[in-house]
Design a protein around this ligand. Sequence first.
Ligand code: GLP
Length: 232
Amino acid sequence: MKIIKVKDYKELSNMVSEIIIKEIRKKPNLTIGFATGKSPLGAYKNLIREHKKGKVDFSRIKTFNLDEYYPINADDKKSYRAYMFNNIFNKINIKKDNINLLDGTAKNFKKECEDYEDKIKKNPIDLQIVGIGVNGHIGFNEPGSTIVSRTRLVDLASETIKRNKYLGKALTMGISTILKSKRIILLASGKEKARAVRDFIIGDIDKNIPASFLRKSKNLIVIIDKEAGSLL
Ligand code: GLP
């Protein structure tokens, strides 16, 4: 695990977008695992800006998103599908066919999850971006999730229901799914993440802190700002 400490959210976002751009230049058909939430938003803004300047071409990349609420209507603004299209996909030259999202409207959630696993197996993720929840979750792998977990339907922890203001379940890549990524970048910014960051980095590798399982990855980069790293 490589830990990079930066000053603030701006520096964190710059570092993440620079890594993504560098990797796309090396491999134009890079498969990226994207995350939602506040943590990657600054990096997405940078990617859009650099794309507008003609500095990066997304036409050959493929993407997989970590998670989605379930069930959720196709036109629900809260959906992670809406988040991705509004915050990045509609603003870069990505091909719609290369976008993979868990479908929160799928009737057969089991099949949806199995198909997603299969697709990832066929298109291994080169670079997976993940945020961390205040309770140490990654994607929607809440405390109690195991290292062998695969893409599945999960119950949300009560603090997640409160914070995300969503009363329902979710579909999420499992921890084993995420760990198959060739490289993982975990981002954390702000004081509210300090405890989760401390616990996942220096605590035991344990299902109570699902992010701790990422330490099993051979290529994990953790980028944290001063506040998120304040308890280390
Ligand atoms: C959410 C999502 C995660 C996200 C995390 C942190 O509930 N399921 O994918 O990484 O919580 O969100 P944020 O970056 O807004 O703090």
